[in-house]
Ligand binder design. Structure first.
Ligand SMILES: C[C@@](CO)(OP(=O)(O)O)[C@H](O)COP(=O)(O)OP(=O)(O)OC[C@H]1O[C@@H](n2ccc(N)nc2=O)[C@H](O)[C@@H]1O
Ligand SMILES: Nc1ncnc2c1ncn2[C@@H]1O[C@H](COP(=O)(O)OP(=O)(O)O)[C@@H](O)[C@H]1O
Length: 290
């Protein structure tokens, strides 16, 4: 096999809490991670020339070592002394710098894809270890499904599949840097922490309503004051039938969980009309692990 085409799926955080800060500046988290069916397409072709070449449909994305797919390919080449090169064609559909782990998922796809086309025979755990060098969310993007993430996001405990439901994804026309959000997080005794265990319990009981009512993201305390439009989008989703709506990751994307297709359509139409969002997609829960 000389080439492979893979989906790089986005994630949402059904819950996100920060419990401490490490000496290296990274934060200790407790998060409920969920893969959704919104994806980039990553094609990888083996080439005789040793170079890594990247092409993408988004003109503003770098195609050098600043692109996570380039970094992932370089890491695999160096680690496993691969002499050949790769040509990577990246078709982006996941909004960039949105809190949906698009870049991390693209990198995960390159690790998985190169493991296959170069027949390296690496187990998933090993790929996840390598992935952590590229970003805290990469191990989850390799595993997929539903999981409790601890540590800096890399200590993963699989959870049973989240109940299926329509998901509305709405990103306002602003971009947020994850680094900025973590650096500006201030936690004190008044800060409300989401109950991560309650969400995990609701998932185990397959109770969608309790998952929705338990949703919470401590990073909203940084991103929403800076971009109040996030709150407007959340309110609009809830007023139009969402079980609940919340910011994903460091934002600014808002997702809503819905009971059925009719509800999600109503909220989609309302948001489309409002002009509050630049990217608006209906999606759903993707439970299959890799
Ligand atoms: C907030 C989350 C929630 O899933 O997702 P996104 O909003 O990025 O999608 C993640 O914790 C983001 O993970 P990821 O985007 O892979 O992080 P990295 O590239 O490793 O780090 C980006 C920046 O965030 C900070 N960071 C990241 C993870 C973490 N647990 N603590 C941190 O303080 C790092 O210091 C770094 O400056
Ligand atoms: N393949 C990639 N896709 C998207 N962004 C990338 C990629 N490679 C590098 N980046 C850079 O990483 C930053 C964060 O990207 P992304 O993963 O989309 O966001 P988030 O961490 O919020 O989920 C962007 O500002 C972008 O310049």
């Amino acid at each position: 096999m000389d080439d492979i085409s893979l989906k790089a799926l986005a994630k949402i955080n059904l819950g996100l809490d920060v419990t401490g800060k490490r000496e290296d500046g990274y934060h200790e988290v407790r998060m409920i991670m969920q893969t959704i069916h919104l994806y980039d397409r990553v094609e990888i072709k083996k080439t005789k020339s040793p170079a890594i070449r990247v092409e993408t449909n988004l003109y503003y994305l770098p195609v050098n070592e600043d692109n996570l797919v380039y970094r992932a390919a370089k890491l695999m080449k160096d680690e496993f002394k691969i002499k050949e090169g790769v040509r990577i064609v990246l078709q982006k559909f996941i909004p960039v710098a949105a809190g949906l782990a698009g870049g991390s998922s693209d990198a995960a796809a390159v690790l998985v894809g190169m493991n296959r086309i170069f027949q390296l025979g690496l187990k998933q755990d090993r790929l996840m270890e390598i992935g952590l060098k590229l970003g805290a969310d990469v191990p989850f993007c390799i595993m997929r499904g539903t999981a409790l993430a601890e540590g800096i996001g890399e200590v993963l405990s699989p959870l049973p599949p989240m109940p299926k439901c329509p998901v509305l994804i709405a990103k306002p026309g602003v971009s947020v840097s994850t680094k900025f959000v973590y650096e500006n997080l201030r936690i004190n005794e008044y800060t409300k922490h989401p109950d991560i265990d309650k969400i995990a319990e609701a998932i185990k009981k397959k109770n969608l309503k309790d998952v929705a009512s338990g949703m919470g993201n401590i990073l909203e305390t940084v991103t929403i004051p800076k971009y109040p439009v996030i709150d407007e989008i959340k309110s609009m989703m809830i007023e139009n039938g969402a079980l609940n709506a919340m910011m994903s990751g460091s934002g600014p994307t808002v997702f809503g969980l819905f009971q059925g297709e009719k509800d999600v359509r109503r909220a989609y139409d309302a948001l489309k009309q409002s002009g509050l969002t630049r990217n608006l997609y209906t999606s759903d829960i993707h439970n299959n692990r890799r």
